[in-house]
Design a protein around this ligand. Sequence first.
Ligand code: ATP
Length: 241
Amino acid sequence: MLHIEDIHVYRGHTYVLKGVSLRIAQGEIVALIGANGAGKTTLLRTISGLLHPRTGAMHYMLGADQPSHDLTRAVPEHLVQLGISHCPEGRGIFSQLSVKENLLVGAYLRRDKEAIQADYHHICELFPILAERSKQAAGSLSGGEQEMLAVGRALMSRPKLLLLDEPSLGLSPIVIEKLFETLIDINAQGVTILLVEQNAVMALDLAHRAYVLETGRITLTGTGQELANNDAVRQAYLGGV
Ligand code: ATP
């Protein structure tokens, strides 16, 4: 579905991604783990068109018989139309708007009013707390509720590929568990997921496959289980357990 070949990305004068290659197949949950500053957010921002690689290639296709789209210079609006939705670190919700208004912002490129309503109700089923709080200002929600809102808003664009940047940040273990269960449901409904996480234990448990990013380079890849059992990964990211 997504093929990234040897991309090199700069932020200002800082050379951040130093030849990253990565593949995501349709239907997968892929986790990207790595220490602070490794370049995980930079990679997600590059996939969603907010940054562009200086060299390298990114291609996206929705099935073997479908055309391949060159994402290397694509802009975010085009990517949303292709079904790529980015749920950023820090959530980026609009605190003055209501919960419902925030969710509808996620559908801003869509014109199919009835389907938007149906998706809104579906998201309220996935996250009942959002239905209960639909009229409340989003800024008054707890951290966990705001994360659910950010994921719900990303789903309102009907993504095929959902990019999640540190969804567990600042949440309690119980809320993280609930959120990750919902990610399994979302994936079961056909959404492919790329998950960036500091919480390597839970991310590797959830993911079909995973990549380790260290100072701008992919250093390891394998199934979630393989990486969870890898000594170097256990030492560096799983607290040596
Ligand atoms: P974190 O988990 O802390 O967000 P990360 O793996 O997501 O880490 P990035 O945010 O992608 O890492 O940052 C990678 C590198 O790029 C860091 O060294 C950071 O200092 C640098 N960087 C990030 N944003 C900018 C910027 N706007 N200008 C210059 N350098 C930047």
